[in-house]
Design a protein around this ligand. Structure first.
Ligand SMILES: O=C(O)CCC(=O)C(=O)O
Ligand SMILES: [Fe+2]
Length: 396
């Protein structure tokens, strides 16, 4: 999921490095603000985002599925981003979902605030305009959002059916999601979309396994009951977005704190992706597609072969923009290891292993709480050393 709200003072200033005449872009990745130099030469990195056709995703031919896997693997290595088309989510479902988003964000402020993110320990719910600030040089992210995700208790998600567990984990005392009572159609409508996007993302997990030269089901156990986040977004027009790098921003530059993200965007262009040379590349809407991108967990598992590419949203169009990212992350119980095929074990250290094995839930809590310093779950555990934090802090 998008993060992280480091204070402006934590940004490494360009003056701290040689070449002060150079241009830099700033972004958040991991839990720190950092920067990248902008090359003034024509870009040698990607300048557009490839599209992968999933029409044959369910083909009975392993070779055909491996072909798709190779295309995705190439796109992830080069860009960390790709579009998918012919993904199987019906157009009617997508149109209904955008109508739902417009209807929800048009509700009275008070109705939405009943489900404010501060009222839920798992940091789910409604976030009004300017509540996050991914780029601390700006006044805040000019967007409103609502987050829901995996939940052990909500019947729509069938935790026991999917996992075979006799019941939810004993320490779970309340649903991880929060919903506005005056709009029952919101929960219903979001779950109608969730029922399509979650299975699609799990099919992609299998294709990714193939892309690493593994059995198709090699990652299945990581995603038995994954951490998910679905985050409808509304970006009003921000005419000040075009003037300077530091102008208004819908969502400041960041890399995603997920394994894989699938974004449904409406027809208003605003998403921009940072290439290796520090140039912003547009990711405009393309009818019938999702934009997919690698998140920090997959970057780690692939030893950096697939980068969690930095991106941002600037709505310069004069129109309202709606989008719907879906974030997929392995289950919190999973220990995430770098894939052996992604590093060399020999002595020359040309491609060494860059990351230790880490528990998914441990990394999650260490990223999420510092990003939400004012949230009640963060303040509640303010005096507990980070080494003692656990994922279960989000659950009760
Ligand atoms: O709105 C979009 O197109 C992208 C949103 C995004 O990057 C995020 O929520 O992490
Ligand atoms: Fe993102």
């Amino acid at each position: 999921m998008a993060e992280v709200l480091a204070p402006a003072s934590s940004i490494t200033q360009p003056s701290a490095v040689p070449g002060q005449d150079k241009k830099y872009v700033y972004f958040h990745s991991g839990s720190e603000a950092t920067y990248r130099e902008v090359s003034d030469k024509p870009s040698s990195s990607f300048t557009s985002i490839p599209t992968v056709d999933l029409a044959d995703l369910d083909s009975g031919s392993l070779e055909t599925r491996q072909w798709i896997a190779r295309e995705i693997s190439d796109a992830c290595s080069k860009c960390g981003f790709f579009y998918i088309k012919n993904h199987g989510v019906p157009e009617a479902v997508i149109q209904q979902t955008f109508s739902l988003l417009r209807r929800f964000f048009a509700l009275d402020h008070d109705v939405k605030m009943e489900a404010h993110v501060q009222k839920n320990p798992a940091i789910r719910g409604y976030e009004p305009m300017l509540e996050t600030n991914l780029d601390p040089r700006t006044k805040g992210d000019i967007k409103e959002a609502f987050t829901m995700g995996d939940c052990y208790l909500e019947p729509e998600q069938d935790y026991t059916g999917k996992t075979g567990a006799p019941g939810p984990p004993p320490h779970v005392t309340q649903p991880q999601n929060i919903w506005p009572s005056a709009a029952p159609w919101w929960r219903e409508g979001l779950y109608a979309y969730y029922a399509h996007v979650l299975p699609l993302s799990l099919k992609l997990v299998r294709i990714f396994a193939l892309g690493f030269g593994l059995d198709e089901n090699a990652f299945d156990s990581m995603f038995r009951f994954p951490i998910t986040g679905m985050r409808p977004l509304h970006y009003p027009p921000t005419p000040g977005a075009s003037s300077t790098e530091e102008g208004d921003v819908g969502l400041g530059a960041h890399s995603d704190f997920s394994w894989l993200t699938l974004v449904l965007q409406d027809d208003v262009p605003a998403l921009e992706v940072l290439n290796q040379d520090g140039h912003w590349v547009d990711a405009p809407p393309a009818p019938g597609t999702f934009v997919c991108n690698v998140g920090q967990y997959l970057e780690r598992q692939s030893n950096g072969r697939y980068p969690a590419t930095v991106h941002r949203v600037r709505n310069k169009t004069g129109r309202e923009r709606y989008s719907l990212p879906f974030f997929l992350t392995p289950g919190p119980e999973v220990d995430l290891e770098v894939l052996p095929s992604c590093y060399d074990d020999d002595d020359d250290q040309a491609n060494p292993k860059r990351y230790d094995t880490i528990n998914v839930g441990d990394l999650y809590i260490r990223r999420v709480l510092p990003a939400r310093k004012k949230h009640p779950t963060s303040t509640r555990y303010r005096d507990v050393p980070q080494g003692q934090w656990s994922y279960s802090m989000l659950l009760s």
